[in-house]
Design a protein around this ligand. Structure first.
Ligand code: ADP
Ligand code: MG
Length: 218
């Protein structure tokens, strides 16, 4: 599912924020990107999502080498391959819960399957919130809406950025289990970026990539 080798990335010429010698994740397995704040976890997730373009090294995701793609090709590849749960969730405040989940379908020009979106939201305990707007939801309900949106298009790869930030132990395990269950249903690999060691306890079979604190050799 993932093949990374000699992958570096820098926002400026000064020094790379990411330097990965090698990481390989077989299809069907899950991965955890662990490291302290500033170690490049979000940067790596954005590379895996095709949001950032690789600058050097090998980056192959779900059978596609992302280095060779134009920005438009990466956008289209992402739409059909990746489900993203961003750290800030990025729900659209002017759209209700159902339309937020349908957004990836609108974006890809596909006919939105409203029944599937409603059924996913039902599974996630949001059956009575389809017409609600994000501002009227609790934090957990907003996160579950964003999870439904991330899995809606049946992506082969689900990327979650710090999904357990600010959650207590019980909620932390529940969210990781929810993501793993949704990934299993979609037949997808799940990659979670986190500074939270509790995620490893909740996903003990995951392959772990540890990113060193910025400025330190691995
Ligand atoms: P993490 O998610 O592990 O906290 P990030 O990937 O967000 O780490 O950041 C890694 C490093 O890259 C940090 O030093 C951060 O300041 C820097 N960085 C992140 N995004 C940008 C950006 N858009 N422009 C410049 N520097 C950035
Ligand atoms: Mg981050």
């Amino acid at each position: 599912m993932l093949h990374l080798a000699s992958l570096t990335y820098g926002y400026d010429d000064a020094c790379p924020v990411l330097d990965i010698a090698a990481f390989h994740l077989p299809a069907g397995r899950h991965a955890l990107l662990l490291g302290p704040s500033g170690s490049g976890k979000s940067t790596l997730l954005h590379l895996l999502a095709g949001i950032l373009a690789p600058q050097q090294g090998r980056l192959e995701v779900a059978g596609t080498s992302l280095a060779g793609l134009s920005p438009r090709q990466r956008d289209s590849w992402r739409g059909s391959t990746v489900g993203l749960l961003p750290q800030q969730l990025a729900l659209v405040p002017s759209l209700n819960v159902l339309d937020n989940v349908l957004l990836p379908a609108y974006a890809s020009g596909k006919r939105p399957d409203r029944n599937r979106a409603a059924s996913l939201l039902g599974q996630l305990g949001l059956a009575d919130k389809l017409a609600a707007y994000p501002h009227a939801l609790s934090g957990g309900q907003r996160q579950r809406t964003a999870i439904a949106r991330a899995v809606f298009m049946r992506p082969r790869l689900i990327l979650a950025d710090e999904p357990t930030a600010n959650l207590d132990d019980g909620a932390c395990a529940a969210v990781v289990n929810l993501l793993a269950r949704q990934a299993a249903q979609a037949g997808a690999s799940l990659v979670i970026a986190s500074h939270d060691a509790r995620v490893l306890a909740a996903l003990p079979d995951a392959a772990v990539l540890r990113l060193p604190r910025a400025g330190l050799a691995p």
